[in-house]
Design a protein around this ligand. Structure first.
Ligand code: BTN
Length: 307
């Protein structure tokens, strides 16, 4: 109902009478008024007068009704512990692919290697449930597709020089703009679900600790609507998955890489390795030439670019 009310007010751009809204929605005046009141409480500036209602401005809302066509698969919480846990629960209960859990902020946001992901108001924090029909050994290709898709949108849609650091961070000028975390469950050899969690510094001020971070707001000198960004990303990712071009995913990712041909240090919870990042194989492993000339295949870890 709220999606419909907003659509009618937005297309009109002017005052829409209560009678017209009721007729178009097939709802009573009281029902329409209750929805308008709720929207006003949530920050929508809706003028209401004798002639009807007019939408003056909308907040940067991430509620389901702001994603026409996706409403039924969008879940929004003003505050959540971590969208990863909520999405995992839904995925295990059989929710459809592209169910997306979004949080305004997270109390226990987490990153790779058990790090805390600071999740203050203004950032974009979400987990999308994917169910690609692929074997488990290809699962990391989904992460590469997601990070490449988002980097492309940031470059083309926002003019940001987004680079990809292995495995899936998005950096701008050496500072971290976005991190990606994935969790997968399988049935035998087939993927059951892969949940991709993304934390993107949009209008928040990321903490000034290692690694150096940056927000879109700081890069562009203006606030950026998160709704539009998320919507573009979900549409593009859905197209990317439907294309099933799994053989070209890592190649596409390499075109935006800031890791290859650079000296790097790789840290896991257990060990540290250094060398030159020579390549990424078709399943996303990093091929590292070590100082003694031997090659190492790194399956996971945190990558630090060396000077
Ligand atoms: C990393 O760079 O270490 C990955 C960070 C991933 C953060 C996102 S925010 C949304 C989702 N929920 C979480 O708790 N983590 C991911």
């Amino acid at each position: 109902m709220k999606a419909h009310i907003l659509k009618l007010l937005r297309t009109s751009g002017d005052v829409v009478s209560g009678n017209a809204l009721c007729a178009r929605l097939g709802a009573s005046r009281v029902a329409v008024w209750k929805h308008i009141q709720k929207l006003q409480e949530l920050g929508y500036d809706i003028e209401s007068g004798a002639r009807g209602y007019r939408l003056r401005s909308s907040p940067d809302s991430l509620h389901p009704w702001e994603f026409p066509g996706r409403e039924a698969r969008m879940v929004y919480h003003a505050e959540a512990p971590s969208t990863m846990d909520l999405a995992k629960d839904l995925a295990r209960k059989g929710c459809p692919a592209f169910t997306t859990v979004v949080a305004g902020r997270q109390a226990q946001g987490r990153g790779r290697l058990r790090r805390v992901w600071s999740s203050e108001e203004g950032g974009l924090y979400f987990t999308v449930v994917l169910r690609p029909r692929i074997p488990v050994r290809w699962s990391s290709r989904v992460n590469f597709l997601a990070s490449f898709t988002l980097a492309s949108i940031l470059r083309q849609g926002y003019g940001v020089d987004a680079g990809l650091k292995w495995p899936n961070d998005i950096l701008v000028g050496g500072r971290k703009l976005c991190g990606l975390l994935s969790e997968m469950e399988s049935e035998g050899e087939q993927v059951n679900f892969i949940n991709i969690g993304i934390g993107l510094n949009v209008n928040n001020d990321p903490p000034k600790v290692q690694p150096p971070a940056v927000s879109l707001k700081a890069l562009l000198g203006r606030e950026v609507p998160r709704r539009e960004l998320l919507s573009r990303f979900l549409d593009a990712l859905e197209q990317g998955i439907a294309a099933e071009s799994w053989d070209r995913v890592v190649g596409d990712w390499k075109t935006c890489s800031v890791t290859l041909n650079r000296p790097v240090r790789i840290v896991t919870t257990k060990e540290e390795t250094s060398g030159v990042a020579v390549d990424v194989d078709e399943n996303g492993a990093l091929l590292l030439r070590q100082s003694d000339g031997t090659m190492a295949t790194i399956l996971y870890g945190d990558c630090f670019l060396q000077a």
